[in-house]
Write a protein that binds this ligand. Structure first.
Ligand code: PLP
Length: 424
């Protein structure tokens, strides 16, 4: 057997159980995906052993001749993919990318504008107990109550009133495209930097299926593991004149040694993301989200008090609005979990229920598109979700029928078949 199972059977059993969970259920957490086997191979390689503080050609450790090649490949590929002038591929995560980018551009106490967490923003865009909320003076902007879209008039008013040094555009739970040109105009008017956090939609941008923020923003941050489909990690793209500041904010400002095994896996993911197959997959991701939104807007679902925020989607996720439903976010999440569909509950803007319960679900299609789902499969899973959520009496019998439909879909699209029989 493989070394892990022999050395640590307890741990190996849990890994094996997780593999089985991923294979036998339908993953619809909008921020998740399945990394290709080649990405996992790079991440599990000997690179995990190497210290490489510094940057290619300028390291503080010996023996970096090969990791230099690897990191330079990652840098060149991600610059090409997004048309960026400069790239730092070392941030350990999306949160670290944002921390380093802000560290480069701001001093403690400076004012930033970011989308309110409760309206779809991320923790690092100014949540009170996050580093961003503690170090900087945060002025949140919101979606408007009428159409639940970002209120650009409010963004402009707040910018004029508070004169921020940085405006952050980007989201974790928002189903529409952002108007990067409008954000740029506002930033220019008040002399602020514009940072776009494209963590969620970077894969769509790479595929040319979503506007690219790079031409508009001073800095663009992203994760590499969401729609982009690579290893867990972060990247900072910027204008050339900010590159030096950003590099020194990442190292030595925020981090020590880079994770070169993850950098290598990022390089592989960027190569994959430049392919025609990746573009087709992102198109299926978008089609799947639109199919799901369409099904959840149908009359039979509306009768249960359930609808879709903003009446649809332009990205890879759908936000289900349960404010007028007897079912709350927690109950809805549990219901789908019971039939083998994994999603996360999510507060919706102006949510009357407390955050731990919430009145929303965030449902994404990237992982299923990676698995191979096309229109027919997305239509089937959309109907399963609709049936589960609208049902007043969700009996064990009803649940079992839906669970069968889920399992049939899961087994029709085998995941990581080469790993079967490993670990356990
Ligand atoms: N930025 C956005 C918009 C996100 O949605 C997330 C993750 O959910 C992050 C940053 C943080 O990424 P990580 O979890 O890798 O720190």
């Amino acid at each position: 057997s493989l070394p892990l199972a022999g050395l640590d059977p307890e741990l190996a059993a849990a890994v094996s159980a997780e593999l089985h969970r991923q294979q036998s259920t339908l993953e619809m957490i909008a921020s998740e995906n399945f990394a290709p086997a080649a990405v996992m191979e790079a991440q599990g390689s000997v690179l995990t052993n190497k210290y490489a503080e510094g940057y290619p050609g300028r390291r503080y450790y010996g023996g970096c001749e090969h990791v230099d090649v690897i990191e330079q490949l990652a840098i060149d590929r991600v610059k090409e993919l997004f048309g960026a002038e400069a790239a730092n591929v070392q941030p350990h995560s999306g949160a670290q990318a944002n921390a380093a980018a802000m560290f480069a551009l701001l001093n403690p106490g400076d004012t930033i504008l970011g989308l309110d967490l409760a309206h779809g923003g991320h923790l690092t865009h100014g949540m009170k107990i996050n580093y961003s909320g503690k170090l900087y003076n945060v002025v949140p902007y919101h979606v408007s109550e009428s159409d639940l879209r970002i209120d650009m008039d409010e963004v402009a008013e707040l910018a004029r009133e508070h004169r921020p040094k940085l405006i952050v555009a980007g989201w974790s739970a928002y189903p529409r495209r952002l108007d990067f040109a409008a954000f740029r105009r506002i930033a220019d008017e008040v002399g602020a930097y514009l940072m776009v956090d494209m963590a969620h939609f970077a894969g769509l941008v790479a595929a040319g299926l979503h506007p690219n923020p790079v031409p508009y923003a001073d800095v663009v941050t992203t994760t590499t593991h969401k729609t982009l489909g690579g290893p867990r990690g972060g990247v900072i793209l910027s204008k050339a004149e900010l590159a030096k500041k950003i590099n020194s904010a990442v190292f030595p400002g925020q981090q020590g040694g880079p994770l070169e095994h993850v950098v290598a896996a990022k390089a592989v993911a960027f190569k994959v993301a430049a392919s025609d197959a990746f573009r087709a997959r992102q198109q299926r991701t978008l089609d799947g989200a639109r199919i799901l939104a369409g099904r959840l807007l149908a009359d039979d679902v509306a009768e249960a008090g359930i609808t879709v925020l903003t009446g649809g989607t332009e990205v890879h996720l759908v936000l289900v609005d349960l404010r007028n439903s007897a079912l709350d976010g927690q109950q809805a999440e549990d219901r789908l979990h019971r039939i083998g569909i994994t999603v996360n509950r999510n507060a919706v803007p102006f949510d009357p229920r407390p955050p731990m319960v919430s009145s929303g679900l965030r449902i994404g299609t990237p992982a299923l598109a990676t698995r191979g789902f096309g229109e027919a499969e997305f239509r089937e899973v959309a109907d399963v979700i609709a049936q589960a959520l609208k049902d007043e009496q969700f009996t064990e019998e009803r649940a079992a029928l839906l669970r069968e439909r889920v399992e049939k879909l899961a087994f029709a699209f085998p995941l990581y078949p080469h790993l079967n029989g490993e670990a356990a």
